[in-house]
Design a protein around this ligand. Sequence first.
Ligand code: FUB
Length: 460
Amino acid sequence: MRRHWPAALAAIMLALTVITPASAVNPIITSIYTADPAALVVGNTLYLYTGHDEAPPGGTDFVMRDWMVLSSTDATNWTNNGPRLSLANFPWAQANAWAGEVEPRNGHYYWYVPVDGRGPGWMNIGVAVGDSPLGPFHDAIGGPLISDSTPNSSPLNIDPTVFVDDDGQAYLYWGSFWGVRAARLNPDMISLNGPVVTPQGVTNFWEAPWMFKRNGIYYLAYAANDSGCVSSSSFACIRYATASNPMGPWTHRGVVLDQVSSTTNHPAIIEFNGQWYMVYHTADAPGGGNFRRSVAVDKLFFNADGTMQKVVQTRGGTGGNLALSATPSTSFVSSWENLAAVNDGFTPTSSADRAHPVYGNWPQQGTQWVEYRWANPVTLTRSAVYWFDDNQGIDLPASCQLQFWNGSAYVAVPGQSTCGVAPNTFNTITFPALTTTRLRLNITSRSGFSTGVLEWQALV
Ligand code: FUB
């Protein structure tokens, strides 16, 4: 049974949030997993309202219970302001704190969020309101604004984006499962003004709309999963359309962000300090995956005719992965495989992913090892390994263990958590901070098989 925090306890938890500095490179924060960013500029600050992925390593579904706020005054250095809204703020909700967006109006900040309600149907859109960009926020309605019982609602009522035009009229767009929907909002921002319509011209819409206006042109960016832009329909690119009216009809303009390393893709596009940005998420953080995503920010440029150039995705720094600066060695590598694969910075999509070189030790069996050496001591607290499985002679290992060089011998890393052998994910091993110049991964095969590694991270 799912437990719900009393509202007062939730408020105390929010007030006690520790403000921690985040990274200056993509992903912009790696101490937690964040997804589904929405962006808002207030004064000299850029706020990102994000989901919070808490799926365990190898998890196969979303675990999302609250929403975070990140902020920056230069779009480079980020502050994690902690969770500022949670499912506990909506007593009528029970799960799925998915992609939301904050819109300011009349001194208030309205946070539109999709949640799984306790009533009939699946996902609903609720609204929280606060008096500052960081809240505190509370449920503004006491129930959903949009639900499956809303006439002409989307096949999946998620991913709200709200836009207030210069004349004060507010618009809500949302939807998934190829069903984009739109409606006008009343000035109270918590009730619909008129029917739900199905906007026309939003070609290949899948989910995740984001609406904005520039130079009198309305823009609608959204996730699409058609074969024209993705390698498989489980991934998504970001397409966009423009219109001269906020309710459309829309004209499709192309792809503004290619497929990313996570299956889902979710845009926010905003101007801050004279520069436009695309905010999105990937699986690029150490230990990341489709349900352990991380927010990224990259510059976005317009052409003279108002179309958008495709965003160049950047991956900055090491993301805390010191394996990238290590020299690998091994007890054995098959002549047709490549030891350098273990620290080439690749994020595989599955244990059978051969898009990059792979390390394998066929036909060896029993215990083999790979090792990292650094010229100077490094301090590590985690390691993550993505196993290779070719469904032939190389299989997932039976067990594994981390060791380090203590000056005279290799010994087990003290206090290490279980070395996982799950397929299709990074298996993260945590341990008390360890300073060393050599780290070794001992890999013991299953009977009759050899073992392999797609990527092995050594993390600060
Ligand atoms: O994070 C849960 C869901 O995944 C969001 O609502 C979608 O946009 C997709 O990113």
